[in-house]
Design a protein around this ligand. Structure first.
Ligand code: CTP
Length: 405
Protein backbone atom coordinates (compact mmCIF):
# COMPACT_ATOMS: atom_id res chain seq x y z
CA UNK A 1 0.00 0.00 0.00
CA UNK A 2 2.46 2.62 -1.19
CA UNK A 3 -0.35 5.20 -1.23
CA UNK A 4 -1.68 4.64 2.29
CA UNK A 5 -2.08 8.09 3.86
CA UNK A 6 -0.89 9.83 0.67
CA UNK A 7 -2.66 12.58 -1.21
CA UNK A 8 -2.55 12.73 -4.98
CA UNK A 9 -3.71 15.48 -7.29
CA UNK A 10 -4.92 14.13 -10.64
CA UNK A 11 -5.13 16.67 -13.45
CA UNK A 12 -7.30 15.57 -16.39
CA UNK A 13 -7.12 17.43 -19.69
CA UNK A 14 -9.33 17.13 -22.74
CA UNK A 15 -8.52 14.05 -24.77
CA UNK A 16 -10.51 10.92 -25.47
CA UNK A 17 -8.24 9.08 -22.99
CA UNK A 18 -9.87 11.11 -20.19
CA UNK A 19 -12.14 8.09 -19.61
CA UNK A 20 -9.08 6.03 -18.64
CA UNK A 21 -8.29 8.54 -15.89
CA UNK A 22 -11.36 7.25 -14.06
CA UNK A 23 -9.67 3.87 -13.72
CA UNK A 24 -6.50 5.59 -12.48
CA UNK A 25 -8.57 7.17 -9.68
CA UNK A 26 -10.16 3.82 -8.81
CA UNK A 27 -6.77 2.13 -8.53
CA UNK A 28 -5.22 4.95 -6.50
CA UNK A 29 -8.14 4.93 -4.07
CA UNK A 30 -7.86 1.13 -3.88
CA UNK A 31 -4.24 1.55 -2.82
CA UNK A 32 -5.22 3.91 -0.03
CA UNK A 33 -4.68 7.33 -1.67
CA UNK A 34 -6.86 10.40 -1.23
CA UNK A 35 -7.32 11.71 -4.75
CA UNK A 36 -8.27 15.27 -5.67
CA UNK A 37 -9.22 15.63 -9.33
CA UNK A 38 -8.84 18.85 -11.30
CA UNK A 39 -10.43 18.89 -14.77
CA UNK A 40 -9.99 21.29 -17.65
CA UNK A 41 -13.03 22.58 -19.55
CA UNK A 42 -12.14 20.32 -22.51
CA UNK A 43 -11.87 17.27 -20.22
CA UNK A 44 -15.44 17.94 -19.09
CA UNK A 45 -16.55 17.56 -22.72
CA UNK A 46 -15.40 13.95 -22.57
CA UNK A 47 -16.24 12.84 -18.99
CA UNK A 48 -18.60 14.24 -16.40
CA UNK A 49 -17.01 15.45 -13.12
CA UNK A 50 -19.56 13.24 -11.34
CA UNK A 51 -17.66 10.15 -12.48
CA UNK A 52 -14.53 11.34 -10.72
CA UNK A 53 -16.47 12.61 -7.71
CA UNK A 54 -18.06 9.21 -7.23
CA UNK A 55 -14.74 7.38 -7.56
CA UNK A 56 -12.66 9.75 -5.44
CA UNK A 57 -15.34 10.65 -2.89
CA UNK A 58 -14.28 14.29 -3.20
CA UNK A 59 -15.59 17.28 -5.14
CA UNK A 60 -13.84 17.80 -8.46
CA UNK A 61 -12.23 21.22 -8.95
CA UNK A 62 -12.86 22.72 -12.36
CA UNK A 63 -12.88 26.53 -12.22
CA UNK A 64 -10.65 29.35 -11.09
CA UNK A 65 -13.52 31.73 -10.45
CA UNK A 66 -17.20 31.61 -9.72
CA UNK A 67 -19.57 29.66 -7.48
CA UNK A 68 -18.10 26.74 -5.56
CA UNK A 69 -14.48 27.87 -5.94
CA UNK A 70 -12.21 28.37 -2.97
CA UNK A 71 -9.94 31.41 -2.68
CA UNK A 72 -6.31 30.42 -3.14
CA UNK A 73 -7.22 26.86 -4.15
CA UNK A 74 -5.00 27.30 -7.21
CA UNK A 75 -2.00 27.95 -4.97
CA UNK A 76 -2.72 25.38 -2.29
CA UNK A 77 -3.66 22.30 -4.34
CA UNK A 78 -0.27 21.55 -5.87
CA UNK A 79 1.52 22.00 -2.56
CA UNK A 80 -0.67 20.06 -0.15
CA UNK A 81 -0.43 16.76 -1.99
CA UNK A 82 2.35 14.15 -2.11
CA UNK A 83 2.37 13.92 -5.91
CA UNK A 84 0.68 15.29 -9.00
CA UNK A 85 -0.37 13.12 -11.95
CA UNK A 86 -1.57 14.62 -15.21
CA UNK A 87 -3.36 11.98 -17.27
CA UNK A 88 -4.09 12.44 -20.06
CA UNK A 89 -1.84 15.41 -20.82
CA UNK A 90 -2.85 16.83 -24.21
CA UNK A 91 -0.42 18.57 -26.55
CA UNK A 92 -2.19 21.84 -25.73
CA UNK A 93 -1.78 21.41 -21.97
CA UNK A 94 1.86 20.36 -22.39
CA UNK A 95 2.45 23.53 -24.46
CA UNK A 96 0.85 25.72 -21.82
CA UNK A 97 2.82 24.11 -18.99
CA UNK A 98 6.08 24.46 -20.90
CA UNK A 99 5.37 28.13 -21.60
CA UNK A 100 4.37 28.82 -18.00
CA UNK A 101 0.82 29.90 -18.81
CA UNK A 102 -1.96 29.91 -16.26
CA UNK A 103 -5.29 30.56 -17.94
CA UNK A 104 -7.45 28.03 -16.07
CA UNK A 105 -7.45 26.20 -12.74
CA UNK A 106 -5.23 23.26 -13.75
CA UNK A 107 -2.51 25.36 -15.40
CA UNK A 108 -2.56 27.82 -12.50
CA UNK A 109 -2.30 25.00 -9.98
CA UNK A 110 0.69 23.67 -11.91
CA UNK A 111 2.41 27.07 -11.91
CA UNK A 112 2.29 27.05 -8.11
CA UNK A 113 2.87 23.28 -7.63
CA UNK A 114 5.93 22.25 -5.67
CA UNK A 115 5.38 18.48 -5.49
CA UNK A 116 6.72 15.75 -7.85
CA UNK A 117 4.82 15.59 -11.15
CA UNK A 118 4.08 12.62 -13.40
CA UNK A 119 3.00 13.71 -16.86
CA UNK A 120 1.22 11.16 -19.07
CA UNK A 121 0.92 12.51 -22.61
CA UNK A 122 -1.79 11.12 -24.89
CA UNK A 123 -2.56 12.45 -28.35
CA UNK A 124 -2.75 11.67 -32.05
CA UNK A 125 0.50 10.19 -33.44
CA UNK A 126 1.17 13.19 -35.74
CA UNK A 127 0.91 15.53 -32.78
CA UNK A 128 3.22 13.27 -30.78
CA UNK A 129 5.76 13.38 -33.63
CA UNK A 130 5.59 17.17 -33.86
CA UNK A 131 8.96 18.64 -32.81
CA UNK A 132 7.25 21.42 -30.87
CA UNK A 133 5.53 18.86 -28.60
CA UNK A 134 8.84 17.08 -28.06
CA UNK A 135 10.63 20.33 -27.29
CA UNK A 136 7.93 21.24 -24.78
CA UNK A 137 8.25 17.83 -23.13
CA UNK A 138 12.04 18.17 -23.02
CA UNK A 139 11.64 21.50 -21.26
CA UNK A 140 9.29 19.99 -18.71
CA UNK A 141 11.59 16.99 -18.16
CA UNK A 142 14.50 19.35 -17.62
CA UNK A 143 12.40 21.07 -14.95
CA UNK A 144 12.01 17.78 -13.10
CA UNK A 145 8.70 16.50 -14.47
CA UNK A 146 8.63 12.73 -14.86
CA UNK A 147 7.25 11.92 -18.32
CA UNK A 148 5.62 8.55 -18.96
CA UNK A 149 5.82 8.04 -22.73
CA UNK A 150 2.60 7.08 -24.51
CA UNK A 151 2.02 3.52 -25.64
CA UNK A 152 1.74 2.46 -29.29
CA UNK A 153 -1.41 0.97 -30.74
CA UNK A 154 -4.84 1.86 -32.12
CA UNK A 155 -5.64 5.55 -31.70
CA UNK A 156 -9.14 7.03 -31.48
CA UNK A 157 -8.62 8.79 -34.82
CA UNK A 158 -8.19 5.42 -36.57
CA UNK A 159 -4.41 5.68 -36.91
CA UNK A 160 -2.06 3.12 -35.41
CA UNK A 161 1.04 4.47 -33.71
CA UNK A 162 2.39 6.10 -30.57
CA UNK A 163 0.03 8.34 -28.63
CA UNK A 164 -2.15 6.07 -26.49
CA UNK A 165 -2.37 6.80 -22.79
CA UNK A 166 -0.49 3.97 -21.02
CA UNK A 167 -2.67 1.53 -19.11
CA UNK A 168 -3.88 2.82 -15.72
CA UNK A 169 -1.86 0.16 -13.91
CA UNK A 170 1.35 1.48 -15.46
CA UNK A 171 0.46 5.07 -14.53
CA UNK A 172 -0.17 4.02 -10.92
CA UNK A 173 3.15 2.12 -10.83
CA UNK A 174 5.04 5.18 -12.10
CA UNK A 175 3.23 7.38 -9.57
CA UNK A 176 3.97 4.90 -6.78
CA UNK A 177 7.66 5.46 -7.37
CA UNK A 178 7.15 9.20 -6.88
CA UNK A 179 5.68 8.70 -3.40
CA UNK A 180 7.90 5.80 -2.31
CA UNK A 181 11.36 6.40 -0.83
CA UNK A 182 13.85 4.90 -3.28
CA UNK A 183 15.79 3.09 -0.57
CA UNK A 184 16.57 0.13 -2.84
CA UNK A 185 17.89 2.25 -5.74
CA UNK A 186 21.00 0.60 -7.11
CA UNK A 187 20.20 -2.80 -5.54
CA UNK A 188 19.72 -5.89 -7.69
CA UNK A 189 17.34 -8.46 -6.25
CA UNK A 190 16.45 -11.97 -7.33
CA UNK A 191 13.00 -12.96 -6.10
CA UNK A 192 11.41 -16.39 -6.54
CA UNK A 193 7.70 -17.11 -6.49
CA UNK A 194 5.04 -19.70 -7.12
CA UNK A 195 4.93 -23.47 -7.06
CA UNK A 196 6.97 -25.90 -9.11
CA UNK A 197 5.59 -28.53 -11.46
CA UNK A 198 7.31 -31.92 -11.45
CA UNK A 199 6.22 -33.95 -14.45
CA UNK A 200 5.04 -37.53 -14.06
CA UNK A 201 3.96 -38.15 -17.64
CA UNK A 202 3.05 -35.87 -20.58
CA UNK A 203 -0.24 -34.80 -18.91
CA UNK A 204 0.33 -35.02 -15.15
CA UNK A 205 2.58 -33.35 -12.62
CA UNK A 206 3.16 -32.98 -8.87
CA UNK A 207 2.69 -29.49 -7.48
CA UNK A 208 1.54 -27.59 -4.36
CA UNK A 209 -0.99 -24.91 -3.39
CA UNK A 210 1.26 -21.90 -3.90
CA UNK A 211 -0.16 -19.20 -6.20
CA UNK A 212 2.86 -16.89 -6.30
CA UNK A 213 1.13 -13.98 -4.49
CA UNK A 214 3.81 -13.50 -1.83
CA UNK A 215 6.78 -13.52 -4.23
CA UNK A 216 4.99 -11.31 -6.77
CA UNK A 217 4.22 -8.83 -3.98
CA UNK A 218 7.90 -8.75 -2.98
CA UNK A 219 8.97 -8.19 -6.60
CA UNK A 220 6.42 -5.38 -7.08
CA UNK A 221 7.24 -3.54 -3.87
CA UNK A 222 11.02 -3.91 -4.40
CA UNK A 223 10.69 -2.40 -7.85
CA UNK A 224 8.59 0.46 -6.42
CA UNK A 225 11.44 1.13 -3.98
CA UNK A 226 13.91 1.41 -6.84
CA UNK A 227 15.46 -2.06 -7.04
CA UNK A 228 16.29 -3.85 -10.27
CA UNK A 229 14.32 -7.06 -9.87
CA UNK A 230 14.53 -10.46 -11.54
CA UNK A 231 11.50 -12.60 -10.70
CA UNK A 232 12.09 -16.33 -11.18
CA UNK A 233 8.59 -17.75 -11.11
CA UNK A 234 7.05 -21.17 -11.21
CA UNK A 235 3.72 -21.50 -13.05
CA UNK A 236 1.36 -18.76 -11.83
CA UNK A 237 -1.73 -17.06 -13.21
CA UNK A 238 -0.68 -13.68 -11.80
CA UNK A 239 0.19 -10.79 -14.10
CA UNK A 240 3.89 -9.95 -14.19
CA UNK A 241 4.64 -6.85 -12.11
CA UNK A 242 5.60 -3.87 -14.27
CA UNK A 243 9.28 -3.15 -14.72
CA UNK A 244 10.39 -6.52 -13.41
CA UNK A 245 12.38 -9.04 -15.46
CA UNK A 246 10.37 -12.26 -15.36
CA UNK A 247 12.07 -15.66 -15.80
CA UNK A 248 9.41 -18.39 -16.04
CA UNK A 249 10.39 -21.91 -14.93
CA UNK A 250 8.48 -25.12 -14.18
CA UNK A 251 10.50 -27.61 -12.16
CA UNK A 252 12.75 -27.24 -9.12
CA UNK A 253 15.77 -28.05 -11.24
CA UNK A 254 14.86 -25.34 -13.76
CA UNK A 255 14.39 -22.92 -10.87
CA UNK A 256 17.81 -23.85 -9.47
CA UNK A 257 19.46 -23.17 -12.83
CA UNK A 258 17.70 -19.79 -13.19
CA UNK A 259 18.47 -18.69 -9.62
CA UNK A 260 22.13 -19.71 -9.96
CA UNK A 261 22.40 -17.79 -13.22
CA UNK A 262 21.02 -14.54 -11.78
CA UNK A 263 22.41 -14.82 -8.24
CA UNK A 264 25.97 -13.85 -9.21
CA UNK A 265 25.00 -10.34 -10.29
CA UNK A 266 22.54 -9.85 -7.40
CA UNK A 267 22.88 -8.14 -4.02
CA UNK A 268 20.17 -10.24 -2.42
CA UNK A 269 17.94 -13.25 -2.98
CA UNK A 270 14.42 -13.51 -1.57
CA UNK A 271 13.19 -17.06 -1.99
CA UNK A 272 9.40 -17.04 -1.65
CA UNK A 273 8.79 -19.97 -4.04
CA UNK A 274 7.23 -23.15 -2.72
CA UNK A 275 9.72 -25.54 -4.25
CA UNK A 276 8.62 -29.15 -4.62
CA UNK A 277 10.91 -31.25 -2.43
CA UNK A 278 10.43 -34.39 -4.53
CA UNK A 279 9.97 -35.27 -8.18
CA UNK A 280 9.02 -38.54 -9.88
CA UNK A 281 12.14 -40.65 -10.37
CA UNK A 282 11.34 -41.19 -14.01
CA UNK A 283 9.22 -39.31 -16.52
CA UNK A 284 6.90 -41.59 -18.49
CA UNK A 285 7.15 -40.79 -22.20
CA UNK A 286 3.53 -41.69 -22.83
CA UNK A 287 0.45 -41.15 -20.68
CA UNK A 288 0.14 -43.61 -17.78
CA UNK A 289 -2.91 -45.75 -18.50
CA UNK A 290 -5.57 -46.80 -16.00
CA UNK A 291 -6.15 -50.46 -15.19
CA UNK A 292 -3.92 -51.27 -12.21
CA UNK A 293 -5.55 -51.23 -8.75
CA UNK A 294 -2.37 -49.83 -7.22
CA UNK A 295 0.10 -47.57 -8.90
CA UNK A 296 3.35 -46.85 -7.15
CA UNK A 297 5.34 -43.81 -8.09
CA UNK A 298 8.87 -43.55 -6.86
CA UNK A 299 10.01 -40.05 -5.91
CA UNK A 300 13.53 -38.66 -5.59
CA UNK A 301 14.59 -35.57 -3.69
CA UNK A 302 15.02 -32.25 -5.48
CA UNK A 303 18.00 -29.99 -4.85
CA UNK A 304 17.59 -27.47 -2.02
CA UNK A 305 17.97 -24.29 -4.08
CA UNK A 306 18.34 -21.95 -1.12
CA UNK A 307 20.94 -24.10 0.59
CA UNK A 308 22.93 -24.50 -2.62
CA UNK A 309 23.18 -20.79 -3.40
CA UNK A 310 23.43 -19.53 0.21
CA UNK A 311 26.47 -21.76 0.69
CA UNK A 312 28.38 -19.46 -1.66
CA UNK A 313 26.60 -16.19 -0.90
CA UNK A 314 29.66 -14.09 -0.05
CA UNK A 315 28.44 -10.56 0.71
CA UNK A 316 24.94 -11.16 -0.65
CA UNK A 317 21.96 -11.24 1.69
CA UNK A 318 19.74 -14.28 1.47
CA UNK A 319 16.14 -14.37 2.70
CA UNK A 320 14.10 -17.56 2.88
CA UNK A 321 10.54 -18.45 3.84
CA UNK A 322 9.48 -21.24 6.14
CA UNK A 323 6.11 -22.81 5.33
CA UNK A 324 5.05 -24.61 8.49
CA UNK A 325 2.01 -26.37 9.86
CA UNK A 326 3.35 -26.57 13.44
CA UNK A 327 6.41 -25.75 15.63
CA UNK A 328 6.74 -22.49 13.67
CA UNK A 329 9.67 -20.82 15.42
CA UNK A 330 11.70 -23.97 16.10
CA UNK A 331 11.44 -25.14 12.49
CA UNK A 332 12.09 -21.68 11.04
CA UNK A 333 15.13 -21.24 13.32
CA UNK A 334 16.52 -24.57 12.20
CA UNK A 335 16.10 -23.64 8.52
CA UNK A 336 17.70 -20.22 9.13
CA UNK A 337 20.86 -21.89 10.45
CA UNK A 338 20.97 -24.98 8.26
CA UNK A 339 20.42 -23.04 5.05
CA UNK A 340 22.88 -20.26 6.02
CA UNK A 341 20.24 -17.50 5.69
CA UNK A 342 20.27 -13.91 6.93
CA UNK A 343 16.51 -13.73 7.47
CA UNK A 344 13.68 -16.22 7.41
CA UNK A 345 10.02 -15.33 7.09
CA UNK A 346 8.07 -17.91 9.03
CA UNK A 347 4.44 -18.48 8.17
CA UNK A 348 1.81 -21.02 9.08
CA UNK A 349 0.32 -22.31 5.86
CA UNK A 350 -2.64 -24.23 7.26
CA UNK A 351 -4.78 -21.15 7.95
CA UNK A 352 -7.37 -19.64 5.60
CA UNK A 353 -6.10 -16.06 6.10
CA UNK A 354 -2.40 -16.78 5.77
CA UNK A 355 -0.08 -18.84 3.60
CA UNK A 356 -0.96 -20.16 0.15
CA UNK A 357 -3.55 -18.40 -2.02
CA UNK A 358 -4.59 -15.89 0.69
CA UNK A 359 -4.21 -12.13 0.08
CA UNK A 360 -3.05 -11.70 3.66
CA UNK A 361 -0.31 -13.27 5.71
CA UNK A 362 0.78 -13.36 9.33
CA UNK A 363 4.50 -13.94 9.66
CA UNK A 364 7.39 -13.85 12.08
CA UNK A 365 10.69 -12.39 10.90
CA UNK A 366 13.60 -14.33 12.30
CA UNK A 367 17.18 -13.19 11.80
CA UNK A 368 20.56 -14.24 13.18
CA UNK A 369 21.13 -11.50 15.70
CA UNK A 370 17.89 -9.74 16.49
CA UNK A 371 14.94 -11.11 18.49
CA UNK A 372 12.04 -12.49 16.40
CA UNK A 373 9.57 -9.90 15.11
CA UNK A 374 5.97 -11.17 15.05
CA UNK A 375 3.94 -9.11 12.58
CA UNK A 376 0.15 -8.89 12.79
CA UNK A 377 -2.10 -10.14 9.98
CA UNK A 378 -1.57 -7.83 7.01
CA UNK A 379 -1.71 -7.82 3.22
CA UNK A 380 1.03 -9.66 1.37
CA UNK A 381 2.20 -6.32 -0.06
CA UNK A 382 2.60 -4.98 3.47
CA UNK A 383 4.50 -8.13 4.48
CA UNK A 384 6.71 -7.60 1.43
CA UNK A 385 7.38 -4.02 2.54
CA UNK A 386 8.32 -5.17 6.05
CA UNK A 387 10.80 -7.68 4.61
CA UNK A 388 12.25 -4.93 2.41
CA UNK A 389 12.36 -2.57 5.43
CA UNK A 390 14.68 -5.13 7.03
CA UNK A 391 16.73 -5.59 3.87
CA UNK A 392 17.19 -2.02 2.59
CA UNK A 393 19.37 -0.55 5.38
CA UNK A 394 21.52 -3.69 5.50
CA UNK A 395 22.12 -3.60 1.75
CA UNK A 396 22.96 0.11 1.99
CA UNK A 397 25.43 -0.59 4.82
CA UNK A 398 27.11 -3.30 2.75
CA UNK A 399 27.43 -0.97 -0.22
CA UNK A 400 29.06 1.64 2.03
CA UNK A 401 31.61 -0.90 3.21
CA UNK A 402 32.64 -1.73 -0.34
CA UNK A 403 35.78 -0.09 -1.70
CA UNK A 404 34.66 3.16 -3.36
CA UNK A 405 31.16 2.74 -1.80
N1 CTP B 1 13.48 -24.24 -0.67
C1 CTP B 1 14.40 -24.38 -1.68
N2 CTP B 1 14.55 -25.57 -2.32
C2 CTP B 1 13.82 -26.64 -1.96
C3 CTP B 1 12.87 -26.50 -0.91
C4 CTP B 1 12.73 -25.30 -0.29
O1 CTP B 1 15.07 -23.40 -2.01
N3 CTP B 1 13.97 -27.77 -2.61
C5 CTP B 1 13.36 -22.96 0.02
C6 CTP B 1 11.97 -22.36 -0.03
O2 CTP B 1 11.83 -21.50 -1.13
C7 CTP B 1 11.92 -21.57 1.27
C8 CTP B 1 12.83 -22.35 2.20
O3 CTP B 1 13.65 -23.17 1.36
O4 CTP B 1 12.45 -20.28 1.13
C9 CTP B 1 12.09 -23.24 3.17
O5 CTP B 1 11.14 -24.01 2.47
P1 CTP B 1 10.18 -25.00 3.25
O6 CTP B 1 9.28 -25.67 2.25
O7 CTP B 1 9.57 -24.27 4.40
O8 CTP B 1 11.19 -26.02 3.89
P2 CTP B 1 11.99 -27.25 3.34
O9 CTP B 1 13.41 -26.86 3.31
O10 CTP B 1 11.39 -27.76 2.08
O11 CTP B 1 11.78 -28.26 4.54
P3 CTP B 1 10.44 -29.07 4.97
O12 CTP B 1 9.64 -29.29 3.71
O13 CTP B 1 10.99 -30.30 5.54
O14 CTP B 1 9.73 -28.21 5.98
Amino acid sequence: MSFAGKQVLLGVSGGIAAYKAAEVVRRLVGEGARVKVVMTAAAREFVQPLTFEALSGQPVACRLFGPGTQPLEHVALGQEVDAVIIAPATANLIGKLAAGLGDDLLTTVMLAATRPVLLCPAMNDRMWDNPVVRENLDRLSARGYQVLPPASGDLACGAVGPGRLPEPELIVEAAARLVTPQDLAGARLVVTAGPTHEDLDPVRFLTNRSTGKMGYAVAKMARRRGAVVTLVTGPSSLAAPHGVEVVPVRSAREMLAAVEKHFDAADALIMAAAVGDYRPESLAETKLKRGKDHLEVSLVQNPDILKAVAARKGRRLVVGFAAETGALLAEAGRKLREKNLDLIVANEVNRPDAGFAADTNEVVLLSRQEPPVALPLMSKEEVADRILDWLAPRLAARRQEEPGG
